[in-house]
Design a protein around this ligand. Sequence first.
Ligand code: AMP
Length: 185
Amino acid sequence: MRLLIMGPPGAGKGTQAVHIAQRLGIPHISTGDLFRANLTEGTALGLEAKKYMDAGEYVPDSVTNGMVRDRLKQSDAAVGFILDGYPRTVVQVAEFDGMLAGNKLDKVIVLTADIDEVVGRLLNRAKQQGRADDTEDVIRRRLEIYTEQTAPLIALYADRGVLVEVNGIGSVDQVTSNIFAALNV
Ligand code: AMP
């Protein structure tokens, strides 16, 4: 299974991706997690990414695409994957199509959630996890960029016939079972 999970920041992509990965025995590949791991390790890539992440901006493609390309070459991704947070722009889709080298995505899951709900969730996460990019200003900026640059991917993948929309509001378990039902697994 080759899957993507999309949705606005705070829709619960990461949490749901972990459950899906476990159920299907595929790796969960999150670009946000990869950037944060690089930052923890103090790599040059991590330090570069931090400048953008802290401001709620997208990390440049020159950094992001190569990181994903390398990750997808690792042997665990041969059975499939659930990508979380990539591709996020139309340009990244074109790059990603190249990485897939003719392999098709099985499904693109979009978690839907209204803006007030996700802002509330992110502010809550800020209190619990202390992420530097979970302040109110940065949250608003991330939502703006999502709407401008990432939301158009929904129509793009709908045109390709692989889109599955799932309501992201509800308990974690409820949303997980809605996703499994939609994926038919
Ligand atoms: P996330 O954990 O998915 O919310 O990502 C956290 C931050 O990492 C984002 O706000 C961006 O700054 C950066 N990021 C993650 N994925 C991408 C991507 N595909 N392209 C550019 N920046 C990204």
